[in-house]
Design a protein around this ligand. Structure first.
Ligand SMILES: [Zn+2]
Ligand SMILES: [Zn+2]
Ligand SMILES: [Zn+2]
Length: 755
């Protein structure tokens, strides 16, 4: 019998062909296997019926850990007797099928780690040790098929020993495109901050020692540069904050190992699993009671972002030091993408760092670390990048037209939706600067190329002046296809519909800011969504944003706007003038604008949480996205819902002035933590009740929660509890970020329903 098999999925760059070779030889079959240009694999086997059957069973059951099969088509026919043995053929160039799947970067595997530490092994101490099961993928791929000449490894000619491994089908490094050793592979070197070479022992251990001594070192990794510093002493962190102009924003850290993490943070079973997975993302962990690292790493927050070493280089940094962890923050100029070129690193970071640890392999695609938080045992992806992107999310249904989602303005990603797969790019960032805009453009083009897609529809935000909206029209013209704007919060809820295959839902979308279909600033919305679009069925009370963006930066302005109608705001202002950067003069202007009605209004949930944070004296200035609300959550964790307020609604609007005035009136009676908790509780229960009421009215059985506020564990759980008590189903995002990193996916999903 002859079987011709085509497989689609993550089957290139994951040791799939040598695996096929081994099971074919084991089952006494002849024929061939080869990679296809569309990232699939083609297999032809001939032999006896039972052996072919066993071969197919082995294929399903014993495949390599990183391989994922999405489609497998087998055609049987008579033997043609054209083969004498089983061989691995060169890749076919033909890529008539689109929807390729490119593997994401994979953390160092245990076998490679053991070899790195084995003084008898050829790759002992080789910092870029990899095999078919591990190593960079997406960050080195320039083109498909995933073969060495199409990667940035092409500059490194394999030595004989590496070549033997590469060409031996029984070897773990057979066709591992990243195969290299200290003789033939990328080299590592240490320089001062001017880029002058320092010849002093082993560069990596030397860098580790310098970090421990308090120096700041920029380290080139797989997807870009990190800035590293010690974590147990405050002076380097302080210096880093000063030079990077980041007074409060938390830094991620990389810890030596899991046991070490447990000495300063609480780690649940789910968190441990994620930390040690092949993705090795940054996981937000709760600081333990005996947390002993510098308080300047994540000031004012109850949690800290921690990851484990994910390359040989990273684990070697810890070899000769006592430090339990190092700060490892993406090296990027403000609002620009992570730096990936050596010369640019010297130019941009020379004044920030003391040393550079460089290697000489180019980075094809930048890729920041991913960030995940586990809420109530379920992962909530904050940044879906290294280790995830661009592996697709599988829908339970197929869409007709290939759609591109281009994001809103913040935390942008780009998404190609093709058939039943959604390919979401790595994290791009906030599209405020030219550099980030260019990155969005190139990442979009790269994704279209790698997935071999013919885009038929481009989806963008409803905001007419976003750079992304302009880019969507540019692409629409170039590709000759329709551009369809999608309202921001509709996109958030559509991301839930796509992920969970839901056709009708009442969605609660809460975040900082999104352009509403009435031109106002939305952000605390209850939407009824189905394949026809959406209807706004509820929202938070509209509140003044005095001074527009200034009210976002200085939440005391929100307090004035929200409270003025309920209380004697001038009394509150008397003792809070100092929280307005320009003091009394500013307060005067604020009051004047308020009186004249000279302001825009918002239903943003983020702004209300920010206002509560300022009212309670927790945070008066937002120096990074989400700061006041995040710090509010960190305080609320220690409190209980003391006020137990019943939601005050006016039709389909939740009254937030009532909330703030209740908190204001009770400030002397309860601890700040309790009031913080009560505020979160009020908003969660209030929105849940609005949603439940609408769901019952419309006969809908599912309520979802998305948007940046969905990272707040307390609010998410409180909504879930209400919804489930009402006998309805509750869903949140699991595979895509509930924040704006999931907007591109949501836009594409929302558009795919259009006829
Ligand atoms: Zn490996
Ligand atoms: Zn070699
Ligand atoms: Zn949003």
């Amino acid at each position: 019998m002859r079987a011709e098999i085509t497989i689609k999925g993550i089957v290139q760059g994951v040791g799939f062909r040598p695996f096929i070779y081994r099971i074919a030889v084991k089952n006494k079959l002849v024929g061939f296997v080869r990679n296809r240009g569309d990232a699939g694999v083609e297999i032809v086997v001939e032999g006896n019926d039972n052996n072919i059957k066993q071969f197919l069973t082995d294929l399903e059951e014993k495949k390599p850990p990183l391989a994922q099969i999405y489609d497998l088509i087998t055609n049987y026919s008579e033997e043609k007797k054209e083969f004498e043995k089983f061989t691995i053929l060169k890749s076919s160039e033909g890529g008539e099928l689109s929807g390729s799947v490119i593997p994401p970067d994979v953390s160092i595997c245990n076998e490679c780690l053991a070899e790195l530490r084995d003084s008898n092994n050829r790759r002992y101490d080789y910092f870029f040790i990899t095999c078919t099961d591990c190593g960079p993928r997406y960050s080195i791929i320039e083109e498909l098929p995933y073969d060495r000449p199409n990667t940035t490894m092409q500059e490194f000619l394999m030595c004989n020993e590496c070549k033997i491994e590469y060409t031996d089908p029984s070897n773990r490094r057979f066709h591992a495109q990243t195969v290299a050793c200290s003789k033939c592979g990328p080299k590592i070197f240490l320089t001062n901050n001017g880029g002058e070479l320092i010849k002093r022992g082993d560069p990596i251990r030397e860098a580790g020692r310098l970090l421990e001594e308090g120096y700041i070192v920029a380290i080139k990794g797989n997807g870009g540069f990190h800035i590293a510093a010690a974590t147990t002493r405050s002076d380097p962190v302080k210096r880093l904050r000063k030079t990077k102009h980041r007074s409060q924003k938390p830094f991620a850290i990389m810890a030596r190992d899991l046991e070490t993490i447990k000495t300063f943070a609480e780690v649940s079973e789910e968190e441990a699993k994620l930390l040690t997975s092949y993705i090795k993302p940054i996981v937000l962990l709760r600081k333990s009671d005996d947390y002993y690292l510098s308080d300047l790493i994540s000031p004012g927050l109850h949690n800290i972002g921690v990851m484990l070493p994910y390359t040989g280089l990273h684990s070697m940094l810890f070899d000769q030091v006592q430090e339990p962890a190092f700060i490892m923050t993406s090296a990027n100029p403000p609002n620009e993408p992570i730096i990936k070129e050596n010369d640019r690193a010297i130019k941009e970071l020379g004044s920030v760092v003391d040393f550079f640890l460089f290697h000489d392999r180019k980075i094809a695609q930048r890729c920041d670390d991913s960030v995940v938080r586990i809420n109530n045992k379920i992962p909530s992806i904050i940044r879906r990048s290294r280790g995830y992107a661009p592996a697709p999310i599988h829908l339970k249904y197929s869409i007709n037209h290939c759609t591109l989602g281009i994001s809103a303005e913040l935390n942008a990603t780009t998404c190609v939706l093709l058939g039943n797969k959604a390919f979401i790019s790595q994290h791009i960032g906030d599209i405020e600067k030219f550099e980030t805009f260019e990155f969005l453009k190139s990442a979009t083009n790269h994704l279209i190329k790698l997935t071999n897609s013919k885009v038929e529809v481009v989806a963008c935000d409803l905001h007419p002046r976003f750079h992304t909206t302009k880019l969507a029209h540019e692409l629409g013209n170039k590709l000759g296809c329709n551009v369809i704007p999608v309202q921001h919060h509709h996109a958030h809820i559509a991301s839930l519909m796509g992920e969970h295959n839901i056709s009708e839902i009442i969605g609660i979308a809460c975040d900082g800011i999104g352009y509403g279909s009435d031109g106002n600033v939305w952000g605390g919305e209850v939407l009824f969504c189905n394949s026809n679009g959406f209807q706004r069925v509820g929202h938070l009370q509209e509140q003044p944003m005095i001074g527009g963006d200034l009210a976002t930066k200085y939440p005391a302005r929100m307090v004035v706007g929200i409270l003025h109608s309920a209380t004697d705001i001038e009394k509150w202002l008397l003792s809070n003038v100092k929280h307005f950067p320009h003091g009394e003069k500013e307060v005067e202007i604020v009051l004047k604008q308020l009186k004249q009605g000279n302001f825009i209004k918002t239903t943003s949930c983020g702004r209300v949480l920010d206002a509560v944070s300022a009212l309670l004296g927790i945070c008066y200035e937002r120096t990074y996205e989400g700061e006041p609300a995040m710090k509010l959550e960190s305080v609320a964790i220690k409190g209980k819902d003391a006020l137990q307020l019943s939601p005050e609604t006016n039709g389909n609007t939740l009254n937030t002035t009532y909330l703030l005035s209740q908190i204001y009136d009770n400030m002397s009676k309860y601890p700040v933590a309790d009031l913080a908790c009560s505020a979160q509780s009020y908003i969660a229960i209030g929105l849940a009740q609005l949603a439940i009421e609408e769901a019952k009215k419309l006969g809908i059985d599912t309520i979802g929660f998305s948007g940046g506020v969905a990272y707040n564990e307390f609010i998410t759980l409180a909504i879930k509890k209400e919804v489930e008590m009402a006998g309805l189903k509750f869903v949140t995002n699991v595979q895509v970020p509930p924040g704006d990193g999931g907007i591109s996916f949501g836009q594409a999903i929302a558009t795919s329903y259009e006829k």
